[in-house]
Design a protein around this ligand. Structure first.
Ligand SMILES: C[S@@+](CC[C@H](N)C(=O)[O-])C[C@H]1O[C@@H](n2cnc3c(N)ncnc32)[C@H](O)[C@@H]1O
Length: 215
């Protein structure tokens, strides 16, 4: 997988409303999206445990801004445009970003902070392959946060889209399906499941998971 192509495609081929940038057609969905994040993530996380959150795939910053209400936030994305858009939103809201990470290549990923929460909303479905998902999970497990909140695109079987990935936006936007067992199995040794929800929005089946480290 050519990871440079991932960010190029996102920057130049994907329409702005899919990027969750405020000030675009995404505005119409913003309020409902905040409700979804609140009901499926924020209401199930104990933020007294959390000093620093890592927003993996921060996009236009909707999640980062909500996270910044509870503590410090590190924003990561493969797209410089997304990081800029996220920075602008938080500045506008009078909030600060602790650190920004432009992820050029998964193998070079490193982080200088202890992370208490990994937050990843509307991103895993854009991953190009099961192999890529496995590598991201390895990084998340090394980070070893107290909490993990992720949303995935649900499938009856695991299915990636590597062959057709760059052919058009839809293939890219809805690329990776994961079963519930796939996600639960990745974390169940060290984490307990605090919340789990499968949502069918008639476009796709989205699945939410909130995990807390076992002690
Ligand atoms: C639909 S937006 C979601 C943004 C934000 N998480 C939210 O909930 O509003 C998807 C973001 O994920 C980023 N992204 C896509 N593929 C990624 C990858 N492999 N790793 C990290 N971020 C990725 C895109 O650049 C984009 O900013």
């Amino acid at each position: 997988m050519n990871e440079k192509k991932l960010s190029e495609f996102w920057n130049h081929r994907v329409e702005k409303q899919y990027k969750h940038y405020l000030g675009t057609e995404f505005d119409k969905k913003h309020e409902k999206y905040v409700d979804d994040l609140t009901n499926n993530f924020f209401n199930h996380i104990d933020f007294s445990d959390i000093d620093i959150a890592l927003d993996w795939g921060c996009g236009g910053g909707v999640g980062s801004s909500l996270l910044a209400n509870h503590g410090e936030v590190v924003c990561l994305d493969i797209s410089e445009q997304s990081l800029t858009s996220c920075r602008n939103l938080l500045e506008k809201n009078g909030q600060k970003i602790k650190s920004e990470i432009l992820l050029n290549n998964l193998t070079d990923f490193s982080i200088d902070f202890e992370i208490d929460l990994i937050f990843c909303a509307s991103v895993v479905q854009h991953f190009p392959s099961l192999e890529y998902w496995n590598s991201v999970v390895e990084h998340w497990r090394k980070i070893n946060p107290e909490w993990i909140a992720i949303q995935t695109r649900h499938g009856e079987e695991n299915k990636d889209n590597e062959e057709e990935y760059f052919q058009d936006t839809k293939n890219y936007i809805l690329a990776l399906y994961l079963t519930s067992e796939e996600v639960l199995g990745k974390f169940s040794d060290h984490y307990e499941l605090k919340y789990h929800k499968l949502n069918d929005d008639k476009y796709s089946m989205y699945e939410y998971f909130v995990f807390k480290k076992k002690h």
